[in-house]
Design a protein around this ligand. Structure first.
Ligand code: NAD
Ligand code: GLY
Length: 378
């Protein structure tokens, strides 16, 4: 087992992150013990409740607190204020108070909505994160960003709410559908690309394991890969907890990624899949504008290409591309902050980047990478 720590600015307590295979029972118990006094509410979804019905109550057996659950429906479309309201209702019905401990047990959707509930119920109660997808283990359970979606914008309403601890048990990944697993790989690799050249080199040497993840036989590799990747996320969060500056680097690949998700109505591609194509494009753009050496681009491409899920986009002209990049037609700001690379492990933010500068490079990218990013003819 590996342990990392998120250290927050003076005054705010940091928290431990435990990573390993089959560690959940023992580690969750240790982290919950100081806070599980009266009531613990486990927020999870229907799928996890079916797959792992008694895992958390078993782990906490013998602690003085009553263990109750709050099961929400499965899916991004339930990451809403309505679901949040259902969690508050359940907590009220259970007699929850400021001493109640909340445990978020699930993927990023559960973690984001349950984290929001913990950050706001009675002005904030203690919470532990037990992430069960690769996206949640390597990214969303760490750093305290929580949110629900608004019909007009993803993650538009939320609070920063840091947990008391995170337990990352690789065993949960054994039941995760291959497509979800593959999508999560991009967030893991992203941390190497933006801030850790050694992590990138480590993943490069093991690309065969990324292409065919085998948890049963490759446990040590995955523990190492996750730990190194999570360490990058911890460092970035520590440097800028509320994203006033450098944390924006974590959005590498997300500008085109969000465009792909929006253009396909969040139905065709998983977030990680869209980000995978977005990362390749951000690297392509960095090279095209003379920031990223050809050799680094070649290495990044060699790692990502066998993993990316090809996307097919509906017809897109420059005007639509521009509006999608700017998110909002009424936006006064006509430029974006693009996260680019100077080298592997070396990221920077190009301020005031205009869609008109990106469009010709995007067209060229689509021509050169037609098998990865196809745009239908108008
Ligand atoms: P998800 O939570 O929807 O989980 C994906 C699917 O896997 C779901 O059907 C879920 O029920 C199922 N599942 C979860 N664990 C499983 C397991 N062990 N075995 C079998 N099935 C399992 O999706 P996700 O990719 O985990 O998270 C995506 C969400 O995370 C998005 O809403 C995104 O905005 C958010 N996110 C937040 C942050 C952050 O910093 N807060 C970062 C990245 C992503
Ligand atoms: N997932 C992006 C962030 O935590 O900032």
């Amino acid at each position: 087992m590996k342990t990392l720590r998120v250290s927050l600015p003076a005054g705010a307590p940091g928290y431990p992150i435990r990573i390993g295979q089959g560690i959940m029972d023992a580690e969750l118990r240790v982290l919950a013990e100081p806070w599980a006094r009266e009531l613990v509410v486990v927020v999870t979804n229907e799928t996890l409740d079916r797959l792992f019905p008694s895992h958390i109550p078993e782990a906490l057996k013998g602690l003085p607190a009553r263990i109750e659950s709050c099961v929400i429906p499965d899916g991004e479309r339930y990451k809403t204020l309505e679901t949040l309201s259902r969690i508050y209702d359940r907590m009220m019905a259970l007699g929850a108070n400021r001493q109640t401990l909340l445990i978020a047990f699930g993927g990023g959707v559960v973690g984001d909505v349950a984290g929001f509930a913990a950050g706001t119920f009675m002005r904030g109660i203690r919470m532990l994160q037990v992430p069960t997808t690769l996206v949640a283990q390597v990214d969303s359970s760490i750093g305290g960003k929580t949110a629900v979606n608004h019909p007009l914008a993803k993650n538009a309403i939320g609070v920063f709410k840091q947990p008391e601890g995170v337990v990352i048990d690789l065993r949960f990944l054994e039941t995760l559908p291959q497509r979800e697993l593959r999508a999560g790989l991009f967030e893991l690799i992203k941390h190497g690309i933006i801030a850790d050249r050694e992590l990138f080199a480590f993943l490069e040497k093991q690309v065969h394991r990324l292409v065919r993840p085998d948890w049963a036989n490759d446990g040590a590799f995955w523990e190492e890969a996750l730990t190194r990747s999570v360490a990058v996320k911890c460092r970035i969060v520590e440097s800028d907890e509320t994203e006033s500056g450098p944390r924006a680097a974590l959005n590498f690949g997300h500008t085109l990624g969000h465009l792909i998700e929006t253009l396909t109505h969040y139905e065709s591609y998983l977030h990680g899949e869209a980000v995978g194509v977005g990362m390749l494009f951000a690297a392509y753009l960095s090279r095209a504008w003379g920031h990223l050496p050809e050799s680094d681009f070649g290495r990044l491409r060699a790692l990502l290409e066998p993993l990316v899920a090809p996307v097919r986009l509906p017809a897109l002209d420059e005007a639509a591309f521009t509006e999608l990049l700017l998110h909002d037609k009424k936006s006064a700001q006509r430029s974006v902050r693009y996260v680019l690379l100077r080298g592997l492990g070396e990221v920077f933010i190009r301020e005031r980047t205009e869609p008109g500068e990106i469009w010709p490079v995007f067209r060229q990218f689509v021509r050169e990478h037609a098998t990865i990013c196809q745009v239908q003819a108008a």
